[in-house]
Design a protein around this ligand. Structure first.
Ligand SMILES: [Zn+2]
Length: 332
């Protein structure tokens, strides 16, 4: 049993309270490799932003849960080395699917866990979330629950259709489970193909597809039921079209990859939404940069020569999100 406090990590409680009051959102970036983690830490230190490092099931399978935990411990030390005296870094389990998994992460030094019982019947979701909360709170680890189902595919979490969160259930759910934050479904979606072209309309100025708007009425109703309660948005990548174009230009084949417009996320960040999950955008930035090197320098075979530019591109992306979308800069 290791406490996250010994590792220099923090839970989400104070961070979320400040974010709601200040009208901004904390970035929750997924990581599964060193270059990505370096880019996240550098971007958050240089912009003076708190940050949530997320570990998904796919990441655990790819990189090993224990190794990722030690990397997060290293991230705290790296942030200090970069000149940040008091880093605010959360190590969060993304989409925990069982009590046992959440418990193992709490015991290993995670400072926050998500228990995703959104696919279960309501009463089972309540019971499972409550069980995780009771365990995690003994160690001051914060817990994110989920109500409503997001469409799309994110590492092994997948659903055909989304079901918006029912605002009538949120008071009952948060009271009975004791969860610290709640992920809701208002039309965001996992992955880089969030919408089918037939759901979108074409912007005559750019010729690009514009997705249907998020259900801000559902968010408003949730905030009315639970004033000041921390709300989380999953599946909130914007799928920057310049990366999609770059990938396709250098031999890739991404067709109709569509994300959530950044102005909608900006609007959400100013509300009780205090955690916004971004994963696909960093994958796109990394892939675009690597494809460019491969296309322009086919003789290159030192991985540092393409992972380095990929890291730079991800850092640029993370800074952009912090400064121009979430507004979490200058908070340390
Ligand atoms: Zn998610």
């Amino acid at each position: 049993m290791v406490s996250y406090k010994e590792l220099g990590l923090v839970n989400t409680r104070e961070m979320f309270a400040k974010a709601i009051k200040g009208g901004y959102a904390i970035p929750a970036f997924n990581f599964n490799n060193m270059e990505q983690l370096q880019a996240i830490v550098k971007a958050s230190v240089e912009t003076k932003s708190p940050v949530i490092l997320q570990v998904s099931k796919g990441a655990r399978n790819y990189a090993n849960q224990t190794l990722l935990r030690y990397m997060a411990e290293g991230a705290v030390q790296y942030a200090k080395e970069l000149g940040c005296e008091n880093p605010q870094i959360v190590l969060h389990l993304d989409h925990g699917d069982s009590f046992e998994l959440c418990k193992s992460c709490v015991d290993l030094g995670f400072s926050s866990v998500m228990i995703d019982g959104s696919h279960l019947p309501y009463e089972e979701n309540v019971a499972l979330t409550k069980k995780v909360v009771e365990y995690a709170h003994q160690y001051d680890v914060t817990v994110e629950g989920e109500l409503g189902v997001l469409a799309g595919v994110e590492d092994e979490v997948s659903a055909e259709h989304h079901t918006y969160t029912n605002p009538e259930e949120v008071i009952d759910f948060s009271t009975r489970t004791g969860c610290d934050s709640l992920a809701i479904s208002i039309g965001t979606s996992h992955g880089a193909y969030k919408f089918k072209p037939e759901q979108c309309h074409v912007d005559p100025a750019t010729g690009r597809l514009v997705p249907p708007p998020l259900a801000f009425d559902v968010l408003d109703a949730v905030m009315e039921k639970l004033p000041g309660f921390p709300i989380v948005l999953h599946g909130s990548s914007s799928v920057p079209q310049e990366y999609v174009d770059m990938i396709n230009q250098y031999g890739g084949k991404l067709e109709a990859a569509i994300g959530i417009p950044e102005d909608e996320l900006r609007k959400a960040a100013k509300s009780a939404v205090c955690k916004i999950n971004i994963d696909s955008d960093s994958r796109l930035a990394m892939t675009a940069a690597i494809r460019k090197v491969f296309a322009e320098k086919p003789a290159e075979f030192d991985p540092r020569k393409y992972l380095g530019p990929a890291r730079d591109e991800m850092e640029k992306l993370y800074k952009h999100k912090i400064l121009n979308v979430l507004g979490s800069n200058d908070k340390l």
